[in-house]
Each structure stands twice: as structure tokens, then as C-alpha cells.
Design a protein around this ligand. Structure first.
Ligand code: SAH
Length: 347
């Protein structure tokens, strides 16, 4: 029998496993704490468990770990990690230091199959989903490396979180547990390119996290030219899903808008965008595009970004320009992994 990673199980799932193994129920909580609060790397460290039980666990399970393949630190404190998974694949994780705490940007898949034209993470397609245990380990590995507490999480790294729905839901359950790292849903943002049916499914879970939608354009031909997913779920359907999400969860959606010179950055487009989302109370995050190899796009210049922001504000839409951290090391998201892949060690 192939062993599976034990950090991927939620407390509830562990309770089931412990029961099946004929152990008292309280062992589930103890094991969960060893894995997610103390973050042990071996079963032997679980000193309050019977030896025979630990041996049985070890027969069936592994404890997932990540190896730091590369690490880049920026002058502003941002740290970018390339982590190697047990099967040799690589993913990226970023630590950003804000005044309100340390935020970790996690990857949710090895690669991505959404095909956004400006994004480095999707260039080699999707290799596989990450397990919940691999995603939580991104946070633990950063905590271990820096010795600092992680207080916020954004699911904005490599991959489309809603394309790995079940594992991402388990991940959220694990990191928000008071018996683990206890990061509250209010401190977690999930970003999606707009998988409409999954947005409805997420809303039904009433998790209290922030949903961030990568809108990037207010008109279908423009958005489809940037993001193929728009052909499956066009803007009208996406905005309807966002409005439904707000109604169901009572939480405002925020929109990401990566600005591409000459594509989605005209004053006319600002007006159309404001018309599309006005009345939602939504926040728009403007991000000058980070040009990647093989992409035809270049970034909107700073003055035009500010002008676009001002127009949105004047039209009653709350918009900010994302503060750029780690610009001296950065490589747009996904680029470190691509570099590694080209060197022939990652894939
Ligand atoms: N798949 C999810 C989350 C990962 S991408 C999503 O699409 O939202 C996180 C954010 O970075 C998204 O808004 C994405 O569109 C944006 N992004 C990706 N590549 C970029 C680039 N080169 N420049 C600017 N933003 C980019």
C-alpha cells in the first residue's frame, strides 16, 4: 500500500482514521496538534502516543515536508521561495511583510491549466493538484525558515485554487483550526480567475474569507483576449456570481485588475468598468502587469495607472494601486519555477 501524507487530513477526517484504527477519539486531536501546532517532522516526536500505534501510523502515512530549492530575499523583507515537493516538482511561495503582519502567498497547484495570456504559471500547463498537506506545509516551511509567525494567507500563488476545490477546502479547515496555526478566515483571501460554478459552491460554505476575483477587463472580447476562461464563463455570469456571493456570505468581493498598456487601460475602459461593478461596494486592486517571457503585454505606466484609479474613484468605485513588494527580486509569480524547469530540474 502506498503511504499517503497525513498532514492533508482535517480534524474530522483524522477522527475517522483514528476510530478505524481502534484508538480512542482523543488521539485524533493530539495527532492534529503534533502535526499542525508543533509541526513535528516525524512520528517518533509524538511522545504521548503508544509506540505500537505510531508504528501503525508510519506504515500507512508519511509526514509531508518541503525542501527549499531556492530562496531570494528582497531589500524590503519580501522572501520568495522555490520549494521542491517529494516527487521533485517545484512550487513558489512568497512571504510579504506588512505592518499588520506576515502574509504568505501560497501555490495551490503545480502549474495551472487556465491559460491566462499574461501569466507565467500557466505556460507549462497543470502538472497536478497540491494536496492540503503540501499547501499547509508552505506556511510551516516559511515559519520555520524565518522563525516568525504567519498571520495572513493569500491563495494567489501558482495555480487556480477553485480548480483544486476539495483540497483547498481541507487546507482552509486545517489552517483555521484553533488546534493548528489558527489563522482566522478573516485573514485569508482566495483569488480566482472566475470559475463561476465553484464561486457558488464556495458561497454555500459561508467561510468568511475574502474572495478576490481576477477581472482584468470589463468587456467580453477584451477579457477573452487575456483570459480564455472568459469564453466558458463570460463577464455577465461572473458578476452575477459575485453579487450572489456577497448576498449569501455578507462579504464584499474584491477585484484584481492587472493593467496592460493599450489593452485594458483607457479612460473609456475605466468608465465601462465603473458601470459594471458600481453599487457592489467592491474594492478594485490595480496592478501594473508584470511582463513575462513569451507574452506580448507591457505594463501601463505609473501616471496612467494613477489616472485610471482617479477615474474609478470619481465614478464612485473604491480603487487602490497595489504596493509592489520585492521588485528587486521579482520575477512575476511563476517565473522562478519556469527558470528552474528550463534548467531541467523541476519537471
Ligand atoms: N488563479 C488565481 C490565483 C493565482 S494568480 C487567479 O487567477 O486569480 C494571482 C493574481 O495575479 C491574479 O489576479 C492573476 O491574474 C495575476 N497575475 C498573474 N500573472 C500576472 C502578471 N504577469 N502580472 C500581473 N498580474 C498577474
Amino acid at each position: 500500500m502506498e503511504r499517503t501524507g497525513i498532514s492533508s487530513y482535517t480534524e474530522q477526517q483524522l477522527a475517522q482514521i483514528v476510530k478505524e484504527m481502534g484508538q480512542p477519539a482523543f488521539r485524533a486531536k493530539q495527532i492534529f496538534k503534533w502535526l499542525h501546532e508543533k509541526q513535528v517532522r516525524s512520528f517518533q516526536e509524538m511522545t504521548d502516543q503508544p509506540k505500537a500505534f505510531l508504528a501503525k501510523l508510519e506504515e500507512r502515512f508519511t509526514i509531508e515536508t518541503l525542501e527549499i530549492a531556492r530562496r531570494q530575499q528582497s531589500k524590503d523583507g519580501t522572501v520568495k521561495y522555490l520549494f521542491r515537493l517529494a516527487d521533485g516538482n517545484c512550487i513558489e511561495t512568497v512571504l510579504m511583510r506588512y505592518s499588520y503582519g506576515n502574509t504568505v502567498c501560497v501555490s495551490t497547484q503545480v502549474g495551472c491549466r487556465m491559460g491566462c495570456r499574461f501569466c507565467a504559471s500557466t505556460q507549462g500547463g497543470r502538472i497536478r493538484n497540491l494536496t492540503a498537506g503540501e499547501i499547509v506545509n508552505e506556511i510551516y516551511a516559511v515559519g520555520r525558515d524565518t522563525g516568525e509567525r504567519v498571520s495572513h494567507i493569500v491563495l494567489m500563488g501558482i495555480g487556480e485554487p477553485l480548480d483544486n476545490f476539495d483540497n483547498v477546502m481541507d487546507f482552509l479547515s486545517i489552517v483555521s483550526s484553533p488546534n493548528g496555526v489558527n489563522i482566522g478566515m478573516r485573514n485569508i483571501s482566495l483569488s480566482t480567475c472566475g470559475l463561476v460554478p465553484k464561486i457558488y459552491e464556495l458561497a454555500e460554505k459561508h467561510l468568511g474569507l475574502t474572495l478576490s476575483v481576477s477581472l482584468h477587463a470589463p468587456l467580453n472580447p477584451m477579457r477573452s483576449s487575456m483570459m480564455p476562461i472568459n469564453d466558458a464563463y463570460p463577464i455577465e455570469q461572473l458578476i452575477r456570481a459575485c453579487r450572489d456571493y456577497q448576498k449569501t456570505t455578507g462579504r464584499r468581493v474584491s477585484f484584481e485588475y492587472s493593467m496592460v498598456n493599450g489593452v485594458n487601460d483607457s479612460p473609456e475602459t475605466a468608465k465601462t468598468l465603473a458601470g459594471l461593478i458600481k453599487g457592489m461596494g467592491a474594492h478594485v486592486n490595480l496592478i501594473p502587469i508584470n511582463p513575462v517571457d513569451g507574452s506580448p503585454y507591457s505594463a501601463t505606466d505609473a501616471a496612467n495607472v494613477r489616472r485610471f484609479q482617479q477615474m474609478l474613484t470619481d465614478l464612485g468605485v473604491n480603487a487602490t494601486v497595489r504596493r509592489r513588494l520585492g521588485t528587486d527580486i521579482s520575477a512575476a509569480c511563476g517565473q522562478l519555477r519556469r527558470e528552474e524547469a528550463k534548467e531541467g530540474t523541476a519537471e
